[in-house]
Design a protein. Structure first.
Length: 132
């Protein structure tokens, strides 16, 4: 059982300097975001039982990090990612952000963030994945 982050949530990536040929899954200490992930039935059951027992008062990604840590559920990140949030790519307007710039400007900003985090930061030795 485990948790696999599928998407580019928060524009977090495994640094290209740490990628390995023919490897798709990389261990992580924290989830990227809760926009896209895969869990099996056993993991889902454990997570629901944890919530029923403990309740919650955290945002979804922090909650899942806590549950995974408490239950020792392994977290893996898929590289390359296969999901992008439509509100970041310009496909959909955001329903939680009141952005008056328009989807094209948001898309450009998102692309620049990806370039910065995916390619430039690794050149400077910066890994935003919280010490993974």
């Amino acid at each position: 059982c485990g948790y696999i982050s599928l998407g580019s949530g928060c524009a977090l990536y495994v640094p290209w300097t740490k990628k390995q040929k023919n490897k798709l899954l990389y261990p992580a200490r924290h989830v990227r975001a809760t926009d896209s992930y895969w869990i099996n039935r056993e993991t889902a059951k454990k997570m629901v039982e944890w919530i029923e027992k403990n309740g919650f008062d955290l945002p979804a990604d922090h909650l899942i990090d806590k549950i995974n840590a408490d239950l020792k559920i392994p977290i893996l990140c898929l590289e390359p990612t296969i999901v992008n949030q439509g509100s970041h790519t310009g496909l959909f307007p955001s329903s939680i952000q009141d952005l008056e710039r328009g989807t094209f400007i948001d898309y450009l900003g998102w692309r620049m963030k990806i370039i910065r985090r995916k390619y430039l930061y690794p050149l400077m030795g910066i890994d935003l994945r919280k010490n993974d």
